[in-house]
Design a protein around this ligand. Structure first.
Ligand SMILES: [Zn+2]
Length: 218
């Protein structure tokens, strides 16, 4: 689809991780991104999502932009079957004149069907993210029960796979892109979560325990 693959640093500035993404320092939405700060550099932290790469790329390059950013992210979560203090995300975003929500939907539907099969259904569910407006979480019909409802999908028939939305004008303002001229979309997903759903893996710790028997089965 023509997306460039770009790396961002795992040690980030507070500005790129929060403020530049329309998450003000005192805003309660920051609590959803509980963060490891570096002791000796209080304005530096381990990035809690891959979205800071949006700020970096949009400051350095002019639209049109189509970029994906895979990489490690860190959050001070207690380790259990569904949480890890380190996991992987893939961020994606596109910026140009005339980018619409339907462009996002078409892209994500192509992705979801390529990964989970042509017979899945996909839906957008309204949500809040500080850096997109409007924002939506994306669900696919449950791959186990085909939407009837089972223990994997919590009887809902749907599985959440990622978050997405149209890039908030305040993000464009922070990076110096004219929000009257350009629009864009962004999405972000957990790599382990996608793999767990696709392969029916019930414990995220398996990815990081270095048991090669687990990794070789794929
Ligand atoms: Zn189900």
């Amino acid at each position: 689809m023509g997306f460039s693959i770009i790396d961002g640093p795992e040690i980030e500035t507070e500005y790129n991780n929060f403020t530049g993404l329309n998450i003000p320092l005192e805003h309660p939405s920051r609590e959803a991104f509980d963060t490891f700060y570096l002791k000796d550099y209080s304005k530096m932290l381990l990035r809690s999502h891959t979205s800071p790469a949006q700020v970096r790329v949009m400051k350095e390059r002019k639209p049109p932009l189509a970029v994906v950013v895979p990489g490690r992210v860190y959050r001070p979560d207690a380790v259990d079957a569904s949480h890890s203090f380190m996991f992987h995300q893939i961020e994606g975003f596109m910026v140009d004149e005339g980018i619409k929500f339907s462009d996002l939907k078409g892209l994500l539907e192509t992705f979801a069907k390529a990964v989970f099969g042509n017979d899945i259904k996909m839906r957008f569910r309204p949500h809040f993210f500080p850096f997109t407006e409007p924002s939506a979480e994306v669900d696919i019909s449950c791959i186990i029960c085909k939407g009837k409802g089972c223990s994997v999908c919590g009887r809902k028939g749907w599985l959440e796979i990622l978050g997405s939305g149209l890039i908030h004008p305040n993000v464009f303002k922070h990076v110096g892109i004219d929000a009257k001229k350009y629009t864009g979309f962004a999405f972000g997903m957990g790599v382990e979560r996608i793999a767990m759903l696709k392969y029916g893996i019930n414990d995220i710790r398996l990815f990081f325990e270095n048991d090669l028997r687990f990794l070789r089965q794929f």
